[in-house]
Design a protein around this ligand. Structure first.
Ligand code: SF4
Length: 269
């Protein structure tokens, strides 16, 4: 169910039946980064879509959670906003959709990425995978989206289902199903893992995650992202208690250790 998916219709009166093909899916955008350098290959125009159902304890963007707010854009409007930066994209760059959780707005993503590919624009999907399901209508839409997605950046927040639930509010079952679908169908991925003391920074979990990633195909890069506390100020502003109060970022040695256990050097693209 696309909760925050609405449509912008043409000027037909309300009682007129409008064929589905005239509808333009609307994407609700939290913010835009014109020169993103960490959200996919090359320099990228990044649209951070509004809305996320997860509640990761380490989330540094709680202002993206609310579903149904954000700045409305059609795909054409967003591409028009991105195109002035095309000269900077080079061979690798392009457009990334991140979040929040971008897959919540899958109808908009399909329209956007399809139009990007028609114009030769590289597309990257940054997702936590939580909305993924084999149930319809989502699964058919997901397969359609994958036709137009050059790369997916996928977070594995925690390899252990219980640990994942404690950390994010959801089990990792659907997320791993999505990753395995991508692995089995030739869809390229970067896998990222946030290293958090007292949560994910345990050798047993890291070894398990490293072993799991080794079973996957089409993984072009594995990244360890050290937990940071830069989001605290947003929690204060929003009047939300910060869940990881007192937990400091991991030391350099622990980051190096995690990179070793996740075999990041083996994924070099
Ligand atoms: S999935 Fe991303 S946006 Fe959603 S709560 Fe987790 S870190 Fe925040």
């Amino acid at each position: 169910m696309a909760i925050n998916f609405t449509t912008r219709l043409s000027t037909e009166p309300a009682e007129t039946v409008v064929p589905e093909t005239t509808e333009a899916p609307i994407g609700y955008v939290h913010s835009i980064e014109s020169f993103g350098s960490v959200d996919g290959p090359g320099i990228r125009f990044v649209a951070f879509l509004q809305g996320c159902r997860m509640r990761c304890e380490f989330c540094h963007n709680p202002d993206t959670w609310n579903i149904g707010s954000g700045e409305p854009y059609t795909a054409d409007e967003l591409i028009a906003k991105a195109l002035p930066y095309k000269a900077f994209w080079g061979k690798e760059g392009g457009i990334t959709c991140s979040g929040g959780e971008s897959l919540i707005q899958i109808d908009f993503l399909i329209d956007l990425f399809k139009k990007c590919k028609a114009q030769g624009i590289n597309t990257c999907l940054d997702t936590c995978g939580q909305p993924f399901t084999y149930k319809e209508p989502f699964f058919s839409k997901f397969k359609e989206l994958m036709k137009y997605t050059d790369l997916s950046m996928v977070d594995i927040k925690h390899i252990d289902p219980e640990g994942h639930k404690k950390l994010t509010g959801f089990s990792n079952e659907h997320i791993l199903e999505m990753i395995e679908y991508m692995s089995n169908h030739g869809h390229h991925m970067w896998i990222r893992h946030v290293l958090i003391p007292e949560r994910t920074d345990y050798d047993c979990y890291l070894e398990r995650l490293g072993d799991y990633i080794k079973t996957l195909n089409n993984v072009d890069r594995v990244e360890v992202l050290p937990y940071h506390t830069m989001g605290i100020v947003k929690y204060e502003k929003m009047g939300i208690k910060y869940p990881l109060e007192g937990i400091e970022p991991p030391t350099h040695d622990r980051v190096v250790n995690a990179e070793r256990l996740l075999h990041t050097a083996d994924y070099s693209k």
